[in-house]
Design a binder for this molecule. Structure first.
Ligand SMILES: [Zn+2]
Length: 656
């Protein structure tokens, strides 16, 4: 720095020599300026002294004097310099603990997501060594609107059937439906020991009971966080407590001969969780310091630049709601978010209200949380739905399901006046303490219309809900704590995962060490490398919740066709000898033409069929299946030409 400053007086002519024109132009326009800023560097130096040198000649002299004075280089303390180097080395070691991985090891592990990537929900991941496999989470997801009559989607288990004999356990991170919802469907077909903390097991137990497979509770292995469990011969697994929008969530440390893999599960970093159980950052840091082979981390909120607020942060908004409410408060949230419900109940009770819990999943979740001491309430604060009428409106808090506008939920039924015990009143305050899951906006809006038509006020401001997923800064914290050699962003659609990759690179993971997976892609990880090896079969199985049975794919396709294009049925009686119609064909349609055009359409079909029969080749009439197929083609072509529709066509030919 001293030397550069020293150069100031000479630099100006030099610069002029190099770029005469440019400089002249500058000179003409701003002569003073040019003196002041002979070149950028010098100027910065001058400025860093705090006093620009150019336009005040006296000052400039003073500066020069000072500069001359500072020109004497301070002697370097070689010992200090050596310690700078030692510290740099220490930084290097702590930031790259991967040298602790056994690079000579030939051990490797394969990771295959069978759901949860390229989509939200349906999480299921296979971790596989040469001889053994564990499954992490068995979740379900929700159907698109065009999957008529489908209530839930369960991942395709084809690959699990293939490696069934290798599977030694199912490992659960937390009790959300998209992580445990498909358990009964898997266990009806194949069973393995289940390792999880108590809450997920209690909730899986409930599902097993509902599906009449109570006996599979014998596979439960409750675990204690921070203890390391040997599972099979190849896996050691530790559950580390995590904060999320459901109680008793965990991250996993999965150790094999290839190294340790950290799977975050779903998480956010909440420093003031309602139950005081903060995320176990210490254990993450412990593994991070030991050297982690690979990190799989939750990408859901990877676009959010602001940290996800603590669950506790909704408390003031809840307090305000209850302080102001004149009539009943009907609060709806995700039934699994027991801490939210707990806070709502606390404030309701604070303002002298009794609590009525309505909705099957809400009742069940609160019951389990109380049975297993995750939350404690005085039992006498609760009232039944049929008791609500006995209390004045100001004494009632109803906590209920239906925050997504689900048509079979309690709140929706209240909104259309079909709930047995609760009719909406103009003095009611409806509080939606949730966000709209993408795809549910329409049904929520529909429900809000009903509620407001019934006169109720609706409160759904942002401060009354917080997310359960880590935003960018928390994802960075995770990356820095775990410090993985390889990074697999998971849990989210492709664009979420992509953004998480960027965050990973900012946090020091080289791009070549990050892979973006999609469902079915198998990744092999070893201390020296990570690569895609193959793709296995994935997909979704459709489930009808009314009977918990699978619906075959072709049924869904037929329903889609019926819904979008309608159906044409025709019965034709043919004289086998003369290939002539014996009577007018009977044509029935649904969803194609209006009733008043039915006759005209039937006539049109008649002509088409007659024309078809007239041109029929010899012998065709005997094979009624081939005949029906041909007829179907002809009718399909005709209808498409006229209407641009592909209805289901059901011909029935009776030959006599
Ligand atoms: Zn979750």
């Amino acid at each position: 720095m001293a030397e550069e400053t020293q150069g100031t007086p000479e630099s100006s002519p030099q610069t002029t020599d190099r770029k005469p024109n440019n400089n002249n132009r500058n000179n003409n326009r701003k002569p003073n300026n040019n003196n002041r800023k002979p070149n950028n560097n010098q100027n910065r130096n001058a400025n860093s002294d705090g006093k620009p040198s150019g336009n005040k000649p006296n000052n400039n002299n003073k500066n020069k004097n000072r500069n001359r004075h500072r020109r004497q280089p301070t002697p370097v303390d070689e010992n200090l310099k050596a310690f700078v180097q030692k510290n740099q080395e220490a930084h290097k070691q702590r930031l790259n603990p991967h040298y602790k991985l056994d690079l000579n090891s030939t051990a490797k592990i394969r990771i295959t997501p069978l759901g949860g990537l390229g989509e939200i929900g349906g999480n299921i991941t296979v971790f596989e060594t040469e001889k053994e496999a564990i499954l992490v989470d068995i979740g379900m997801s929700f159907p698109d609107e065009d999957m008529h009559g489908v209530d839930i989607l369960v991942p395709d288990f084809s690959y699990l059937r293939e490696i069934k004999d290798k599977i030694v356990a199912v490992i659960i991170t937390h009790a959300h439906e998209d992580h445990i919802g498909a358990m009964p469907y898997l266990y009806k077909e194949m069973q393995f020991p289940i390792y999880a903390t108590p809450l997920p097991l209690a909730m899986i137990g409930n599902k097993f009971d509902e599906h009449h497979i109570k006996e599979h509770r014998k596979y439960f292995n409750p675990i204690v966080k921070r203890e390391i469990y040997e599972i099979g011969n190849d896996f050691k697994v530790e559950w580390m407590h995590m904060t999320h929008s459901i109680l008793d969530s965990s991250s996993l440390a999965i150790t094999t001969d290839a190294g340790t893999i950290i799977h975050t599960g779903d998480f956010k970093i909440d420093h003031s969780p309602v139950d005081g159980y903060t995320a176990d950052l210490h254990r993450l840091a412990y593994y991070g310091d030991k050297g982690v082979l690979c990190l799989l981390s939750d990408s859901t909120n990877s676009y959010n630049t602001l940290p996800t607020p603590s669950e506790l942060s909704v408390a003031p908004a809840l307090d305000r709601v209850f302080a102001k409410a004149e009539g009943r408060v009907i609060l709806s949230t995700f039934s699994s978010n027991v801490h939210r419900v707990q806070q709502a109940i606390q404030y309701g009770v604070k303002y002298g209200r009794k609590v009525c819990v309505i909705g099957r999943s809400m009742e069940r979740n609160i019951e389990i949380a109380m049975q297993y001491d995750y939350v404690r309430f005085n039992k006498n604060i609760f009232i039944d739905a049929d008791e609500v009428g006995r209390y004045s409106d100001k004494e009632v808090l109803i906590v209920t399901t239906g925050s997504q506008g689900e048509a079979n939920s309690a709140l929706f039924r209240m909104s259309i006046g079909e709930h047995r015990h609760v009719k909406i009143k103009p003095t009611d305050l409806i509080v939606l303490s949730s966000r709209a899951i993408p795809g549910n906006e329409g049904s929520i809006s529909g429900m809000l219309n009903h509620l407001q038509r019934a006169g109720a006020k609706v409160h759904r401001s942002k401060d009354i809900h917080v997310s359960g997923h880590a935003s960018m800064e928390e994802q960075k914290l995770m990356l820095r704590l775990v410090n993985p050699k390889f990074f697999l962003p998971v849990h989210g659609e492709y664009n979420h995962v992509m953004q998480h990759k960027e965050t990973g690179m900012i946090c020091g993971v080289p791009e070549r060490n990050i892979l973006l997976m999609t469902d079915g892609e198998q990744i092999e990880v070893a201390p020296k490398y990570m690569r895609k090896v193959k793709t296995v079969k994935t997909g979704k199985t459709y489930i009808d919740n009314q009977n918990n049975h699978q619906i075959d794919d072709d049924i869904i396709l037929d329903r889609q066709k019926l819904a979008s294009d309608g159906i044409v049925m025709m019965v034709i009686q043919v004289d086998g000898q003369h290939s002539k119609m014996q009577a007018k064909p009977k044509v029935t349609t649904f969803g194609i033409v209006a009733d008043k055009q039915d006759k005209a359409f039937a006539k049109e079909m008649e002509d088409v069929i007659e024309h078809f029969l007239f041109h029929l080749k010899d012998g065709m009439i005997e094979n009624s299946r081939a005949l029906e197929n041909d007829l179907r083609q002809i009718v399909r072509k005709h209808i498409y030409r006229k209407m641009k529709k592909y209805p289901l066509i059901v011909p029935h030919v009776l030959v006599s």
